[in-house]
Write a protein that binds this ligand. Sequence first.
Ligand code: ADP
Length: 621
Amino acid sequence: MAKINYQKKPSNNKRGYKNVLFVALIVVIGIFIYAAYGQSSSLKEVPLSQVVSQANNGEIKKITIKGNELEVTPKGESQPTEKSYKEAGSTIYDQGLKQNVDGLEVNPQPDSNAGGVWLTLLTTIGPVILISLVLFLMLRSAQGQGNQALSFGKSKARLYGNEKDKVVFKDIAGSDEAKQDLEEVVEFLKFPKKFQGVGAKIPKGVLLVGPPGTGKTMLARAVAGEANVPFFSISGSEFVEMFVGVGASRVRDLFAKAKKNSPCIIFVDEIDAVGRRRGSGMGGGHDEREQTLNQILVEMDGFEQGQNVIVLAATNRADVLDPALLRPGRFDRRVNIGLPDRKDREAILKVHFAKKPLAKNVDVDALAAKTAGSSGADLANIANEAAIVAARHNRKEINQADVTAAFEKVAIGPERKSKVMSEKEKELTAYHEAGHAIVGHVLPDSDMVHKVTIIPRGGTGGVTWFIPPEDKSYHSVIEYKDVLARMLGGRIAEEVMYGPDRVTTGAGNDLQKAAELARDMVVNQGMGKKLRDQVFQVDEGMMIEKIVHERQYSDETAKIIDDEVESLISEAARRARMVIKANKNKLEALKDALLEKETVEAEEVIMLLKGASLPKEAALY
Ligand code: ADP
C-alpha cells in the first residue's frame, strides 16, 4: 500500500549526484594530465646535435619549433616522430644547422607552450579545486547530519490518506458495535457544521480498547477512509526516546502537522506506553514519559472549536491509563473491541480467504468454531499459513488439510518431527497424553477431546487438545475443577503406571498451569471454599508496583489462600487418579494407538474410550 513518509529521508538522488561529481572530477584531472603530457609524449626524444647533423645531411623533412621544443619529421614520414630541445635564447642555426638545407622545412611557431600552461594550471588550480570539492562534499554531508539531528524532535508520524485502496468499514468483518460507535466520528469529520450549528462540541479523543490484533488500527484507518480525511499514525512508544524532551517536542510537532492538514485523524497506537498513570514511577525515572503525556493533554486542550482534528488512541490496558487522559474534553469516548465471536470469526476468515483459491471441501465454519479466543490477526495468520502450506506442497488450491495444519501450527507451534525420543520416552509420553485425554473425556464438564498426539510441538513433548463445543464467556467452579483434574491427568497417569517416584519433569508445565488456575480461582474469582465470594485482586500495575505493592489481605488470609489452592489441587489429583485407575484398559488402548499412529483424532479417541466410566467418588454431582 502506498505510504507517504512524512519524514524527509536522504534520497537516492543525492547520492547519485555525489557520484556524478566524483566521476566528473576524475575526468577533469584526466584531461589536464592528457593536455600536459599526452600530446608530445609519443615522440622519441633525441639529442639536438643528432637532429642538427641529420638535418645537415638532408635526412629530415621538417622541423617545427615551439618555443625551445623541436618536433622532427624525418624524410618519408608524414608526422613528427622525434623531439628535441634547444637552449633558450638561441636559434637552431646557432646550434650548427646550415642555412637553406635542400628539402628541409623549418617552421617556427608562436611559443604556445600549451603543455606547460596546462601543467601550470593543473599544479596551481588543481589542488584548489580538489580541496574545494572535498570541503564542499564534507559540508554537504555534515549538513545532512545536522538536519537529522534537528529532526530528532520531529514526530515520526506516518501520513496515510492519499492511497487509492484505503480501508473502509466494509473491509472489516464483524465488530459491528465498534463500527456503529465510530460512525458518529465519521459524521463529525464529514459534517462538522451540522453539529456546531446546534452548539454541540465535537469530541476530541476516542479511546479504542481491546486485546492486540482485534483490528483497532484497521478501524481507525477505516474512520479516516470513510470520512476521506488524512490519517496520521504514530505509536506511543515512538514518542519516548533516550533524550529528555524529545517526546514532548514530537507531540508538539505531530499536532502542528495535524492542524495544518485538518480535518484529519491522529491515531496513537499503544497509548499506554506514554499514558500510564503519573506519579507511580519511583525516583522520578518517568519524567520524560510524564512530560510527553502532559504535552498531549496540553495539545488536546488547545484544540479550538472548528479545528476538526480527532485523536483516536488504541490500548489493551485502559485500566492503567492516567485518569487525566480520560477526562471530558480529552479521551472521553470509549469504543470497546472484544475478541470476535464465532460468527465474526467466520466472517473474518472469509475476508482473508476471499483472495485465496480455496478448495470446495474447506469448512470455514468448523474452523471458526475451533478458534475460540483467537483475534482477527490470529485468523489472518491462519489464512496466510494455510496458503503457505499449500504452496509448499505445490498445490494450486488450499485444501482442508492445509487449513488444519495451519491452524495447529498457529495454535501450538510447528511440529518438531525431527526430535528423537527413545522408545521408553515415547511410551511415557503416550501414557501421559492418554491420561489427559481420559480424564478430560470422562469428566462431564470438561471440553471435548479434539486430538491427541505424541509428536513434539512448540515446546511440548506431546499435546492433548480440548476444544469447547461453543464460545464460552463464563466458567463455573465445576468446570474449572474438571479442567484442573484433566491438567493433572498426565502426571497421574505416569504415577499410576510407573509408581509415585518415577514421575517425570514432563508434567512441569501442566502443574504450573494448574497452580495458576487454582490461585486465580481463589484470589480473583471468589471460588475458594472458605473464601467463597471474596476477591483479593491487587491492581497489577507496572513492574515496580508489583514489587512494592502491599498485599490487601492479612497473613492469616494468605495462609488460608494457600490452603485453598492446595486443597483444589489435591482434590483434582484425587479425581484424576480415580478416573485413570477405573479405566486402565482404555488408557492402555489409547496409549497403543498413540504409539502406533502418533496422532489420534477426535472420532477415534471417542471410539477407543467408549464405555469409559466415571467412578462415583470422582463425580461432583
Ligand atoms: P490492533 O491494532 O488491534 O492490534 P490491527 O488493526 O493491527 O490490530 O489488526 C491486525 C490485522 O488483523 C489486520 O491487518 C487484519 O489483517 C486482521 N484483522 C483484525 N481484525 C479484523 C477484522 N475484523 N476483519 C478483518 N481483518 C481483521
